[in-house]
Design a protein around this ligand. Structure first.
Ligand code: ATP
Ligand code: MG
Length: 389
């Protein structure tokens, strides 16, 4: 019995002439994702990617699990290859389906006959195989309208396939198909989710983290790298630029009005992130801000923050409530790590009474007490990076 994995491509199938580029990228991303699982032959036909294990001892479930985190895939399904005869197909059903079918009460057979020379047409295949399965698995009944499980048989050019369980893919588009962006990654819940949502649309991620040692500990930074590592399962490997931020914060505290501390700090973060982004050819900054979540995320505060840079700033979770963000955070496996206690530079020196409706002129006036250009350039020069993988 020879098993392989059928990967169904997502919406890129619709992309006309670009389809080939998307497909090539998806195959590259699939190869990278499963490189440590063993050797595979990977090829495409009719919008399906075939992942065929070549080495022994490959745990197919682990491979399927890994592929469920690759963007550009709508579904993943284990399948068995057999000869193109009803007898082989029935034998495979005997051998391959029992464990899987045990969990269900009703079924239907669906046949896809790409090879029109096959002696039975699709309804005939369904009838014959349906009858056979009923006989072999007496606990099952046929339900053509609302079955618990659909047993799919495909007759292709050279082989037939009997499908096993189908797993939902991560959706989206292959990472690398849609430019680059710089994610402002903190140790919280929101920014990893914002990064995930951006990568899902095919964008290659880069990240920047502001670290205020010794006010924020080494452990706080390690936590961010850990979140980056989880994110890289979806987004592929990416660098996190670590920016020493202490000096800037001390300068803000010394020279600016207390009620503006947070907004000015966020404006400096944006300016630094923009510089690093341009060096890496990123076309946007990404943050985990959501309207009204904290004082620095009111419409007025976001306006003042945005005015610090020319590059577009995208905020994928802008309209989401915290509990909605948490659902995604849990789904992608970041939540437990995001919950670990940590100190973020944003809470450091946070004013007791931040201005919730700041005015840009006032902010600029207060900020003019700083040598912004030098502070930003120094910070960029002291930046180092860690690769998340
Ligand atoms: P999160 O849960 O993502 O930390 P938050 O609710 O704590 O968000 P803020 O602390 O105000 O909100 O931060 C808003 C956004 O600013 C974050 O989502 C992130 O994109 C960015 N940010 C905050 N702190 C840092 C940091 N130390 N390094 C990099 N980016 C940061
Ligand atoms: Mg935060």
């Amino acid at each position: 019995m020879k098993e392989l994995i059928l990967v169904k491509q997502g919406e890129m199938v619709l992309k006309g002439l670009n389809k080939k580029t998307f497909e090539t990228l998806l195959i590259k991303n699939i190869k990278k994702a499963i490189i440590n699982f063993g050797e595979f032959k990977i090829y495409t036909a009719q919008s399906t990617v075939y992942v065929e294990p070549l080495s022994e001892n490959i745990y197919i479930d682990d491979v399927v699990d890994r592929l469920s985190k690759v963007f550009g895939i709508v579904s993943i399904c284990r399948a068995c290859i057999c000869e193109k005869s009803m007898e082989s197909i029935k034998n495979i059903c005997d051998e391959y389906l029992p464990d899987f079918l045990f969990n269900f009460k009703s079924f239907k057979v669906e046949a896809k006959r790409a090879d029109k020379k096959f002696p039975l047409n699709s309804p005939e295949i369904c009838n014959e195989l349906g009858g056979y399965i009923l006989e072999k698995f007496p606990h099952l009944t046929v339900d053509v309208h609302n079955p618990d499980v659909c047993i799919i048989v495909e007759i292709r050019d050279y082989n037939a396939f009997v499908h096993g369980p189908v797993v939902r893919g991560a959706g989206g588009m292959p990472v690398g198909s849609n430019g680059r962006a710089m994610l402002l990654l903190s140790g919280g819940i929101d920014s990893p989710v914002a990064g995930y949502m951006t990568a899902k649309r095919g964008v290659s991620l880069f990240a920047v983290h502001f670290h205020s040692f010794p006010y924020t500990s080494e452990r706080a930074k390690d936590k961010v790298i850990k979140l980056g590592n989880i994110l890289s399962q979806y987004a592929g490997n990416f660098p996190v630029y670590v920016v020493p931020f202490t000096k800037l914060q001390e300068q803000i505290k010394e020279h600016c009005k207390e009620e503006f501390f947070t907004i000015i700090m966020r404006r400096l973060m944006m300016k630094i992130a923009e510089k690093i982004a341009i060096k890496d050819k990123c076309l946007a900054l990404i943050t985990g801000e959501s309207i009204g979540q904290v004082a620095s995320q009111t419409m007025e505060a976001l306006y003042c923050t945005d005015k610090s840079v020319d590059i577009p700033v995208f905020r994928p979770v802008i309209g989401m409530d915290k509990d909605e963000i948490v659902v995604i955070s849990r789904k992608i496996g970041c939540f437990e790590t995001s919950l670990l206690p940590y100190d973020d530079c944003c809470t450091l020196f946070a004013p007791k009474h931040p201005k919730t409706k700041p005015n840009l002129e006032e902010i600029l006036l207060s900020e003019s007490n700083l040598d912004v250009e030098k502070l930003v350039n120094d910070a960029v020069n002291e930046t180092y990076y860690v690769i998340c993988k």
